[in-house]
Design a protein around this ligand. Structure first.
Ligand code: PLP
Length: 355
């Protein structure tokens, strides 16, 4: 089975080797306060910085998931208003969690085919502006230049960006915002159970100044432990090790970005060849390049997914309101060219002959 589900998805092809190395090297029993762990922590952090072009002054933290990152932000910046711009289910869920935890969250929903450049938001100093860069539920994206311009207009606010289904897949201008986070089961090609959060010096300063330490993963406590190359709790050491191994063999984010853009363009052209399917998102500028939503009649969506499964391809279910009228295709780096070609051959003959 080859999983084109947009997370969890196909994992890095070298994972069997890395996992057996982890066992052989005693990584599975390593103590998270030991020198060996601290060395690994420093190495994976520096690899992430190098491969993803994270500025040296930014901090890299480990969490359990992207969902946890949503809560960490609300629980660490207490009393701070948060402004949530979203057009889909993940962004809305982030808003919902923030609203429950802080009751000072404000929603700014926008349309599916709309850029948010129109939002002339001005927020008080210290507030949190929350953006879902790649909305996995509907296959849209907020252009990184838009995020940069929001930060420019609100230099004293912290701009926090959910990049769960784009970090490691497309180039992101990390210095243009304050907080970026993702879990690893999407573009990083790993099994679920680890999150990564990247913080600017401004975000770090604000977290340390507020000094909120109510939760085991309050940002201030996490940052203190990070200084010692450790975490506040016993982390998923295996996942951190696997992330280190995957990052060792990854190309620079520019090369990965180019490959993803190329595959994306080929997918778009491919879909144009059929009258019974189309891409849900029409505006090129807001269409995600890592998660494609393909629209068809409900009957055809069910038929395509069923037949694909028989051929060994797992397609992503539609999400929320798009559940039965779309299926999703992950365009993540760990997927191999020959696997994409095989899926295209199947789709091509099925869409032509069977529907
Ligand atoms: C998958 C996803 C999440 C949730 O990730 P978890 O690892 O389940 O917490 C959050 N945001 C976006 C945009 C996602 O794609």
């Amino acid at each position: 089975m080859i999983s084109f589900y947009p997370g969890p998805s196909r994992v890095d092809e070298h994972l069997p080797q890395y996992m057996s190395d982890a066992y052989a090297q005693g990584i599975l029993s390593i103590n998270h306060r030991s020198a060996d762990f601290m060395e690994m922590f420093r190495r994976v952090t520096s690899l992430l910085k190098e491969r993803l072009e994270i500025p040296a002054s930014y901090s890299v933290l480990f969490t359990s998931s992207a969902t946890e990152c949503w809560e960490i932000l609300s629980q660490s910046f207490t009393g701070v208003s948060s402004y949530h711009m979203y057009n889909g289910a993940f962004g809305e869920r982030w808003y919902t969690y923030a609203q429950r935890l802080t009751s000072v969250a404000t929603a700014f929903p926008f349309g599916l085919e709309e850029q948010i450049t129109a939002v002339e938001l001005r927020t008080p100093p210290g507030s949190l502006i929350c953006i879902t860069q790649n909305e996995t539920s509907n296959g849209t994206q907020v252009m990184p230049t838009t995020i940069a311009s929001i930060k420019q207009k609100n230099p004293d606010a912290l701009v926090a960006v959910d990049v769960t289904s784009s970090l490691g897949g497309i180039y992101l201008p990390i210095s243009a915002a304050d907080i970026w986070f993702a879990s690893v089961q999407k573009c990083l090609g790993l099994p679920a159970g680890l999150g990564v959060m990247i913080c600017s010096p401004q975000a770090v300063a604000q977290a340390l100044a507020s000094n909120t330490r109510t939760h085991y993963n309050s940002l201030a406590s996490m940052l203190d432990m990070m200084e010692a190359a450790q975490t506040t709790y016993t982390p998923n050491v295996l996942a951190i090790y696997l992330l280190m191994r995957v990052m060792e063999s990854r190309s620079s984010i520019h090369a990965v970005n180019q490959m993803i853009r190329h595959r994306y363009t080929e997918w778009v052209n491919f879909m144009k060849g059929f009258s019974n399917v189309s891409l849900l998102i029409e505006q090129e500028s807001v269409r995600s390049s890592t998660v494609l939503l393909v629209k068809a009649s409900e009957n055809n969506v069910a038929e395509i997914k069923r037949a694909a499964k028989e051929e060994g391809f797992v397609l992503g279910e539609g999400y929320g309101q798009w559940k039965s009228s779309t299926f999703r295709i992950a365009n993540f780096p760990a997927i191999l060219d020959h696997e994409i070609n095989a899926l295209k051959r199947f789709l091509s003959s099925f869409l032509t002959d069977n529907l």
